[in-house]
Design a protein. Structure first.
Length: 233
């Protein structure tokens, strides 16, 4: 019994002496945590893709350590109005944004990459200029999944474009949607929300977006509200 107790005490001792280990430790940087509080000079511990600890890590070790003395450390920036929808298809490394600290691209201000019908896909292929790529998706969710399959550096999210929904059902006609067209637009919006869209996005200074009466936008936003979605414009 005494031997077992001694063994347990020794095990506890070495366990207590073992330094906390992180995948990455960023040491001594000026940390801006996004709360609005004054920045502090401290350490950041990261495991996998998660910030695990912010504070004094002088007694911890990292598999990789970064000396950030004299440098700013902050959470990734959000590009709230991103138009990297096509450039990420061409080059998923996204160096122009990553090197500026952007880690989340939010799409869908008025126009989104889905849903698409056959005519919209044909128009997209005809409008390709410098770079050509395969439009291998139909829904917004399928577009986002296609980016992930291709491989991208940033995180991505999207609103569903009110303009895109209108083009899907009315093309570029300058008229109100019929009740049947409106119901189909709402069904498309509902599918996008169920697939993870953040809400409805509009850009009302461009045609055919400005062909939509206010009532049309209200009906689409009602759908988004069922999923606690937002409206941006």
């Amino acid at each position: 019994m005494k031997k077992i107790l001694a063994f347990l005490l020794i095990a506890l001792f070495f366990s207590a002496c073992k330094k906390q280990e992180y995948d990455v430790i960023i040491r001594g940087g000026t940390v801006y945590d996004g709360s609005g509080n004054a920045p502090v000079v401290t350490d950041v511990g990261i495991n996998a893709d998660t910030v695990a600890f912010v504070g004094d890590l002088s007694s911890a070790v990292g598999k990789k350590e970064v000396d950030a003395t004299g440098k700013a450390v902050a959470p990734g920036f959000i590009n709230m109005l991103s138009w990297s929808t096509e450039s990420l298809i061409i080059d998923g490394n996204s160096q122009s944004d990553i090197r500026q600290g952007v880690t989340l691209e939010v799409f869908g201000e008025g126009w989104s990459m889905g849903p698409q019908n056959d005519q919209m896909k044909e128009n997209g292929r005809n409008n390709m200029r410098e770079h050509e790529y395969e439009i291998d998706w139909t829904t917004l969710d399928e577009y986002l999944e296609s980016l992930v399959r291709r491989g991208i550096s940033t995180n991505v999210a999207s609103f569903v474009g009110a303009t895109t929904l209108r083009i899907h059902e009315l093309g570029f006609e300058n008229r109100p949607a019929t009740p049947e067209e409106m119901e189909r637009m709402k069904a498309l919006a509902r599918q996008a929300m169920e697939d993870g869209a953040m809400g409805i996005g509009s850009s009302l200074i461009y045609a055919p977006a400005n062909y939509a009466p206010t009532e049309e936008l209200i009906e689409l936003c009602k759908v988004a509200s069922e999923y606690n979605g937002m409206y941006i414009t």
